[in-house]
Every structure is written in structure tokens, then in C-alpha cells.
Design a protein around this ligand. Structure first.
Ligand code: UN1
Length: 477
């Protein structure tokens, strides 16, 4: 039940990982295998050996495999969504939504497998033809975070397989359940030959390290913390492997005086606090113009007071628990840091007791903060947002861009002039106008700038850039 999948076999781990429900720490979701370095190497070898044959499958065969996987994921949305909510702590509705997104991603890349195209150029030499083609990279190492236990694996695994690569996949230690269920669907519904897809649950220090250093892994796609991402990036750089990193954010949301107040409150609350604020796209800096500031803060506080923080599976739950004790400590530490820096905690930030023992934290709103404070420089990754008061749009834009990060940014305004200017001048990979900074479409390019991302974009038709290599062929007939 809980094993890794290596070279076409379900294999027991070197040790065992207990998957604990953050809504109820007495509930063990399951026991999952933890691989060691030797098993990670075996998975890499199997993926390496299987790759040429998989690349030789027709595009239609690979497309059909992805389509069958997507069909099963979508059909089991309730069950998988419940498992996801139980192990990660997002609400049942959010869990089901994420499973649907994962299923749709497989469907999308089933189409993309058939759409891989190249280019033909005229040569500068008579009679010579130049064509530019895309080929699989080889073995792709996939390392995913705990906050999207099924959607992020899906949007990395699906394009890898679509274009003829083989996969070694290491999910986050905190959420092996969704990854295991997805892996079981991939190998069975996909009917993949042995070695094409390998699941290697285990610690980053062992499994991730093998992926990063193995010469047989030609490319690594990583989503997670900035610190680990940079280590993975350096290891890849050292041996000339391709790498794609999605890391932190400190995403600004600007609220201008002319914003529709009700809409701005929804955009801010959903971007900052839903999924317990545990999204790299979450709005954590609310940059609010003076004229609307007090009304906005009051309305957000009222909205937060009406939200129900509870067991992720409880009826009517709006915000589930924080994922783990360590993350809860980090969230509380940052709230304390913000207060010591002079911030004013106007709502939340309290540990809550519920019917079951879990990591419950009320959504925290901190006002009167400055952009130089640590609370506005460092990623918290929890249900915590701070407010920065500004005079005008120009000041708001300058502060929005004054950050190491550049993943997502947003503005709430009814001014076409400011909306258009912001889309142009915001130094982020994704810009939202009157739409939350978190919660993106699965078929549009995803990624950031500056310290948030490295390498080419994920998702949509842009994914092919990472999962294929370009070959330029010259022919004189
Ligand atoms: C979203 O906001 O819809 O780890 C996606 C993350 C991102 C995905 C966010 N890579 O939060």
C-alpha cells in the first residue's frame, strides 16, 4: 500500500514515514515508505534505461496514457480531495478543487503531446535545409512541495511524460498520501512500461540529493523553499543539468482609493488567507492608499471574523489548520517579529482549540507596517498579511517592486490608466487586476522573476521549453 515504485515494482522503503493529519494529530493518515540513497539511484537507473523506448512510443500512445490518467483522477475527485484535505489541511472544497486541477492538467498535456512542433528555416547555403526540432531531455527529476500535494506533481509529471521523458518523482515528506495515490493511478491507468515513472518518497537530503547529483538525471524541476531551491540549482549548474526552480514570494496587492471596496476585500482575503495562506502566490503585502485604508482594514477584519477556522473536513470550514507544528511556529514567530517591529496586530494570530487537536491559527492582519520590516521582506507562508499605508499610486508601485521576489502581484482599481500601467511596470511574473494573486489557470504560463523563479516557465504550452531540448538539423539532399 505504502511502497515506492521503482523500475516497475512496488518496493518497501529503508524506513517508514508517518503521515499525520494536521487537523487531528491523533489521526495517522498512513505509513509511507522512505527511500534511501541506494533506492533513489535504482530509480534513476530504471528511468534512464526506460527512456529511449518511451520516446519511441507514438505521440498518440503517450497522449492516450495521459488521458486515461486524467480521467481517473477526475472521476475520483471526492475521494482524493478528501485524502488531500486530511493530510495537508486545506478545506475539502479546496482539496477537491486541487484534484480537479490535477486531472485537467493531465487532459491538457494529453493534447500537448500531439501538438509538439518544430520549425523549418531557409539556409544561407544553397540546397541546404535547416530544421529545428524538439526532443525529450531524458530523465526528469521532479521535487515537489507540501502545499499542493497533487496539482504541482501533476503539472510537472504530465508534461515530462507527454514529450517522451521518463520520471523520478520525490514528493514532500509531509504529504506522501496524495502523491502515492497519484503514482498508483499513473502506473496502472497509464499502463506505463517499467521504469517510465518512478515514485521515490523520502528525505530531500538523501533522495533529492541523488537526483541533483546524478549524471543520468538531465533536468530537475523543483518547487519549494528558496534555500533548498538554490542548493538544487547550484548542484545542477555544477554538472551542466537543466533546472527549473519555483521558490518563494512576497506578493504585493495594491488597493487604490478608487477600488470597488467589496471586491477588493474578497480579492485580498482569498489571496492572503485561503488555503491557509500556504501558497507561494499568496498576497502577503497589502499596499493600501490612504483614502481607502481605514475602510478597507475594517472591512477585512469584519470578513475575517466571519470566517470559520476548523478541521479541514468539518462542515462549513473556510480555513483549515496550518500544515505542521514547525510551520505553525514559523507563522507565530513572524507575527511576534512584526509586533516588535512596530506593527499593529488588528486581527487574529491566535492559537485556536477545536474538537480535534490540530495546528489552528486565526488569520492574522497586521497594520502600520513599513516595507523595510522583516514581515514585509521574508516569506511567512501562513495565514498572515500585513498592511502598508501609501499616499498614491506611484508610491504603491515603487514599494510593490521593492522586494527580492517577483512571483505574483495584484492591483484593485477601477482606473484603466493605473491598471494598464501596473501590468506594464510590475516586476512580477504574473500580474492580476481585480483578481487574487493566488489561484491561477492551469493552461497559462506560470512563473516569476527575480528571486522567485529560475529557468523557463511551467504550465500551458510554455512547459515544452523545459521538458524538451532543441536540436537544429542541417540537410543537403
Ligand atoms: C496557485 O496559486 O494557484 O507553491 C498556484 C505554490 C505555487 C502554486 C500556486 N507553486 O504555491
Amino acid at each position: 500500500m505504502n511502497k515506492n515504485y521503482i523500475g516497475g515494482e512496488w518496493v518497501a522503503g529503508a524506513d517508514v514515514n508517518l503521515n499525520i493529519n494536521p487537523s487531528d494529530t491523533n489521526d495517522v493518515v498512513g505509513e509511507y515508505a522512505r527511500a534511501d540513497a541506494a533506492q533513489a539511484h535504482a530509480a534513476v537507473d530504471a528511468a534512464f534505461d526506460a527512456q529511449p523506448a518511451w520516446a519511441g512510443f507514438t505521440a498518440e500512445q503517450r497522449s492516450d496514457a495521459l488521458d486515461r490518467i486524467g480521467t481517473e483522477v477526475l472521476a475520483r475527485r471526492e475521494e482524493l480531495g478528501r485524502l488531500l484535505a486530511r493530510e495537508e489541511g486545506k478545506t475539502l472544497a479546496e482539496g477537491i478543487g486541487e484534484v480537479v486541477r490535477a486531472g485537467r492538467v493531465f487532459k491538457f498535456f494529453a493534447g500537448e503531446a500531439l501538438r509538439l512542433s518544430g520549425e523549418r528555416l531557409a539556409s544561407i547555403r544553397p540546397g541546404v535545409e535547416v530544421d529545428v526540432r524538439r526532443e525529450p531531455e531524458g530523465v526528469i527529476g521532479i521535487i515537489t512541495p507540501w502545499n499542493f500535494p497533487i496539482a504541482i506533481p501533476a503539472w510537472k509529471i504530465a508534461p515530462a511524460l507527454a514529450f517522451g521523458n521518463t520520471v523520478v518523482f520525490k514528493p514532500a515528506d509531509l504529504v506522501p498520501g496524495s502523491a502515492w495515490a497519484l503514482a498508483e493511478i499513473i502506473v496502472r491507468a497509464g499502463a506505463l512500461p517499467a521504469g517510465v515513472f518512478n515514485l521515490v518518497m523520502g528525505p530531500g537530503s538523501k533522495v533529492g540529493d541523488v537526483f541533483a547529483k546524478s549524471r543520468k538525471v538531465r533536468a530537475i524541476t523543483f518547487t519549494g523553499s528558496t534555500g533548498t531551491g538554490r542548493q538544487v540549482g547550484l548542484a545542477c549548474m555544477e554538472r551542466g543539468a537543466k533546472v527549473q526552480l519555483e521558490m518563494g514570494g512576497k506578493n504585493p496587492l495594491i488597493i487604490l482609493d478608487d477600488a470597488d471596496l467589496e471586491q477588493a476585500v474578497e480579492v485580498a482575503v482569498s489571496g492572503s488567507y485561503f488555503s491557509t495562506g500556504q501558497r507561494c502566490t499568496a498576497s502577503s503585502r497589502l499596499i493600501v492608499q490612504d483614502g481607502i485604508h481605514d475602510r478597507f482594514v475594517e472591512a477585512v477584519v469584519q470578513r475575517l471574523a466571519a470566517l470559520k477556522v476548523d478541521n479541514a473536513l468539518a462542515e462549513g470550514c473556510d480555513i483549515g489548520p496550518v500544515v505542521s507544528q514547525a510551520q505553525l511556529k514559523q507563522d507565530c514567530d513572524y507575527i511576534d517579529i512584526a509586533r516588535h517591529e512596530g506593527g499593529n496586530l488588528v486581527f487574529g494570530g491566535e492559537l485556536l482549540e477545536r474538537a480535534t487537536d490540530g495546528f489552528y491559527l486565526s488569520p492574522a492582519l497586521i497594520t502600520e507596517t513599513g516595507n523595510d520590516m522583516r514581515i514585509n521582506r521574508e516569506e511567512v507562508f501562513g495565514p498572515v498579511a500585513s498592511v502598508i499605508r501609501v499616499r498614491d499610486y506611484d508610491e504603491a508601485l515603487a514599494l510593490a517592486n521593492d522586494t527580492e521576489f517577483g512571483l505574483s502581484s495584484g492591483i484593485c482599481t477601477t482606473s484603466l490608466k493605473h491598471a494598464c500601467d501596473f501590468k506594464q511596470r510590475s516586476a512580477a511574473g504574473m500580474v492580476m487586476v481585480n483578481v487574487a494573486t493566488a489561484g491561477v489557470d492551469y493552461h497559462a504560463p506560470f512563473g516569476g522573476r527575480k528571486g522567485s523563479s529560475y529557468g523557463s516557465r511551467e504550465q500551458g504550452s510554455y512547459a515544452r521549453e523545459f521538458y524538451t531540448g532543441v536540436k537544429t538539423a542541417y540537410t543537403l539532399a
